[in-house]
Ligand binder design. Structure first.
Ligand SMILES: [Zn+2]
Length: 142
C-alpha cells in the first residue's frame, strides 16, 4: 500500500476505516528529498470481544457484539457514543416532561381546591399553585 500523506500521519494511516483483515503498511518519511525512515506497521483487525466479558454490548445498528466503551462498533463502525448521547437526551427529555406535567397538575389542583380550604391555608395553596405553574412554564421554555 502506498499513500502519500501530508500533515497528520496518524490520521492518514489509521483513518477511521474499520480494519477487516490483517495487513501491513510501510511508513516512509521523506524530508527535503531524502527518505529518513522506513517502517512496516502491521495492522490487525479488531479482536472479537470474549464471551462473558463484562464490557460487551450489542451494536444497535448491526446487532453484532462490540466493546462497551469504544466510540465505534468494531463490526460496522456505527458511532456508539453519538447513539448513546441521543438516547440519554431522550431519557432526560422524557423525565423533564413528566416533571412539567406533575407541576402542571399541582397548579391545577391547587387552583381548584383553593376556595375549599380554610382561610389560613388558602394563601399558601394559591401561592404554591402559582409557583408550580410558573416553574412548569419556565421548564417548557428550553
Ligand atoms: Zn455495528
Amino acid at each position: 500500500m502506498k499513500q502519500e500523506i501530508n500533515g497528520d500521519v496518524e490520521g492518514g494511516i489509521a483513518g477511521r476505516d474499520i480494519v477487516r483483515q490483517e495487513h501491513s503498511v510501510d511508513v516512509r518519511i521523506k524530508v527535503g528529498g531524502d527518505w529518513i525512515s522506513v517502517k512496516t506497521v502491521n495492522v490487525s483487525p479488531h479482536k472479537p470481544v470474549p464471551e462473558g466479558n463484562p464490557n460487551r454490548r450489542e451494536c444497535p445498528q448491526c446487532a453484532e457484539v462490540t466493546w462497551l466503551a469504544t466510540e465505534e462498533c468494531i463490526a460496522c463502525g456505527y458511532n456508539l457514543f453519538a447513539h448513546d448521547a441521543k438516547a440519554r437526551r431522550k431519557r432526560i427529555d422524557r423525565r423533564k416532561m413528566k416533571f412539567i406535567v406533575g407541576l402542571g397538575a399541582v397548579a391545577v389542583v391547587g387552583g381548584l381546591i383553593g376556595s375549599f380550604v380554610p382561610d389560613g391555608l388558602r394563601l399558601w395553596v394559591y401561592g404554591f399553585s402559582l409557583l408550580s405553574a410558573v416553574m412548569a412554564m419556565e421548564l417548557t421554555k428550553d
